[in-house]
Design a protein around this ligand. Structure first.
Ligand SMILES: Cc1ncc(COP(=O)(O)O)c(C=O)c1O
Length: 434
């Protein structure tokens, strides 16, 4: 049977459905529903990335791009790293999959947890594993409430979110994110969520003064990524820590973007000198070679987990502790260490701030902000057309409102950073000329 839409998409005036044409190989199938997309956009209008090496992407027409976003804020070690690829292949040869539900465990999962906590602010804490940042966020929200429930403080259910925060798209993460367009249109979300501004510790103090005894946790990206690379004001993170301590609430850092060297230390918690009770991670833990994410729990909270030896932990995903992404994480962390990529973020910081200072001096941008390997500049107009022009010139960046963001692999060279800024400058100059 033929559907009108299939004919429009096909454009061949043929009598075949989408699926039939796709199978014949002369038509772009529209089966794939893209993330954060207009479902009406034709599959043929997407940029089809077919291969990548280091910081260079190649599309199906052979065009090359510098990956200025490390895919989606994640590919710390760059693309095509042989050590991680081989670790994955070796693991596939040995044990492709198995679960870690009681009574099972596996060596890669154990070693990955150990490697992750060793570089974290909680080297004696415990590590829960899942697949995505969204799973990590939902886990940490459940854990935050669970600890209070177990302490007998069952009224403590409020989760405090910050304006501009992004915490993934599961129901929990959707409820606690501070980007409103992502929250609307889904019906009722989680109750007991209260928002504070992302830059005003006094407002947080007022909320705690009113409701402190009912606040379970504050969830906070140390540097807000998807919200536009928003830096915490001086003293803000310390202020949250103090308020949580004073009122018996837990402080959760969502380090899904910030973790694994992005801000110039392994975790932003170390960069800013503020230690949360729990933190989430994902993305950079495997540089995205395979999906892995999780939650690091402080030693003190970990001890609470075992006080009652009969209290079972009723949470876990089929792929928690999956051995293949765990093997990728172990190798990825070794590469970050061997190639000094945490220090590299500090070099990138220097180059990025020089590049943006020059653009600012030339009047091409209004302001810029960032740290380590994560940056954004304000251009004073809708960033999407400018982003598209920059991508067209072979540099991948991200448009967020009126900001352009950069978050390249930590292996990016000074020359590549130079090309990124030359391209920004050319495109922004053309805009001022037109
Ligand atoms: C801070 C933060 N938390 C959570 C998530 C959700 O991660 P995922 O898309 O892997 O579910 C993201 C994704 O960008 C993120 O930036």
């Amino acid at each position: 049977m033929c559907y009108p839409r299939a004919h429009i998409r096909c454009g061949l005036g043929c009598g075949h459905s989408d699926g039939e044409q796709a199978l014949k190989g002369n038509h772009v199938s529209d089966a794939l529903l893209h993330a954060f997309s207009l479902p009406s956009k034709s599959e043929a209008d997407y940029i089809n990335i077919v291969s990548a090496k280091d910081c260079t992407l190649v599309d199906d027409k052979g065009k090359q791009y510098i990956d200025g976003m490390a895919s989606l804020w994640l590919c710390q070690i760059g693309h095509g790293n042989a050590k991680v690829i081989n670790a994955i292949k070796d693991q596939l040869d040995q044990l492709q999959t198995y679960n870690t539900f009681d009574p099972f465990t596996n060596e890669p999962a154990r070693q990955a947890a150990e490697a992750i906590r060793r570089v974290s602010p909680h080297p004696l804490g415990r590590v829960f594993l899942g697949c995505s940042g969204s799973e990590a966020v939902d886990t940490v929200l459940k854990l935050a409430r669970m600890f209070h429930q177990r302490r007998g403080d069952s009224d403590r259910q409020i989760i405090v979110r910050r304006t501009g925060g992004y915490h993934g798209v599961n129901v929990g993460g959707t409820s606690v994110q501070g980007i409103e367009p992502n929250r609307v249109g889904w019906g009722d979300l989680l109750p007991h969520v209260v928002e504070i501004p992302n830059d005003d510790i006094e407002e947080a103090a007022t909320l705690f003064a009113q409701h402190g005894s009912r606040i379970a946790a504050v969830i906070c990206e140390p540097v807000q990524g998807a919200g536009g690379v928003i830096m915490p004001p001086d003293g803000y993170l310390e202020g949250l820590r103090r308020l949580c301590d004073q009122h018996g609430a837990l402080l959760v850092f969502d380090e899904v973007i910030c973790g694994f060297g992005r801000t110039g230390q392994w975790f932003a918690s170390q960069t800013f000198g503020v230690t949360p009770d729990m933190l989430t991670f994902a993305k950079g833990v495997t540089s995205g070679y395979l999906p892995l994410a999780g939650v690091i729990i402080s030693q003190a909270l970990s001890e609470e987990l075992t006080v009652d030896e009969t209290a079972k932990f009723m949470h876990g995903y089929t792929y928690s502790g999956h051995p293949t992404p765990a093997a990728a994480a172990i190798a990825n962390i070794e590469v970050i260490e061997e190639e000094n990529l945490v220090d590299a973020a500090q070099r990138i910081q220097q180059r990025m701030s020089e590049g943006f200072t020059a653009l600012l001096g030339d009047g091409m941008i209004q302001s810029f902000r960032g740290i380590g390997g994560i940056w954004a500049c304000e251009i004073g107009e809708d960033a999407i057309p400018i982003r598209d022009a920059i991508i067209d010139r072979g540099v991948v960046c991200r448009g967020i409102g009126e900001a352009l963001a950069l978050c390249p692999p930590l292996i990016i060279t000074d020359d590549e950073i130079g090309t990124i800024f030359d391209t920004f400058s050319d495109v922004l100059k053309q805009r001022s000329a037109s």
